[in-house]
Design a protein around this ligand. Structure first.
Ligand SMILES: O=C([C@H](O)CO)[C@H](O)[C@H](O)COP(=O)(O)O
Length: 184
């Protein structure tokens, strides 16, 4: 098979997977983004790359959003929003952070493949992306290796949340471009 056939298959997987994500829970997260003083997004490995992309867009929209683990990221406080994206919902460092965020009094939003996972169960808001998680093996849910389908779906979901927030707050690409980095 050539790469364009694989592209078609990947897009079909994304469409099928994201078509099953609940609008209701996604809307809950968009509302929480509007209410929080500060927003923290965590993710490991490739899920962490998607967190960085999401935080960049939230910054463009004027939100106080931070990637967990960066040197300039401040303290989480009670009432802040902590968003964790983890396909397995079991990554140890993320589980420890989620437990701490909960103890501090943050609202926890968990995006995982499994609401019954250790991280999923801690979510005040839980969004389920019904993709294959990294250690699931040949699940039949994806032709792609490991957690690729989850990680791609996570980026598209995060971008959909951005569009929803923009729509609710009458933001445009032009206004957001005003906060884009000018040292690049
Ligand atoms: O980078 C990843 C790996 O390549 C799996 O495809 C994962 O995103 C990373 O290991 C974090 O795992 P999850 O917390 O299960 O998303």
């Amino acid at each position: 098979m050539n790469s364009s056939s694989f592209t078609t298959d990947i897009l079909a997987e994304l469409s099928h997977t994201l078509g099953q994500v609940s609008d209701e829970t996604a809307d809950q997260l968009v509302s929480a983004m509007g209410q929080a003083n500060q927003i923290f997004v965590a993710g490991g490995g490739r899920s962490g790359f998607m967190a960085k992309a999401f935080v960049m867009r939230m910054m463009h929209m004027g939100l106080n959003a931070y990637v967990v683990g960066e040197t300039v990221t401040p303290s989480l406080e009670a009432g802040d929003l902590f968003i964790v994206g983890s396909g397995s919902g079991e990554t140890g460092s993320l589980l420890a952070m989620t437990e701490k965020a909960k103890t501090i009094g943050a609202t926890v939003a968990a995006v995982t493949t499994n609401p019954e996972s250790s991280i999923g169960k801690l979510g005040d808001i839980h969004i389920t992306i019904p993709a294959q998680a990294k250690a699931e093996g040949a699940s039949g849910k994806s032709i792609q290796p490991m957690g690729s389908l989850f990680e791609q779906s996570l980026l598209v979901l995060y971008d959909a949340l951005i569009l929803s927030y923009m729509d609710k707050h009458q933001l445009t690409s032009d206004t957001m471009y005003g906060t884009h980095a000018n040292l690049e």
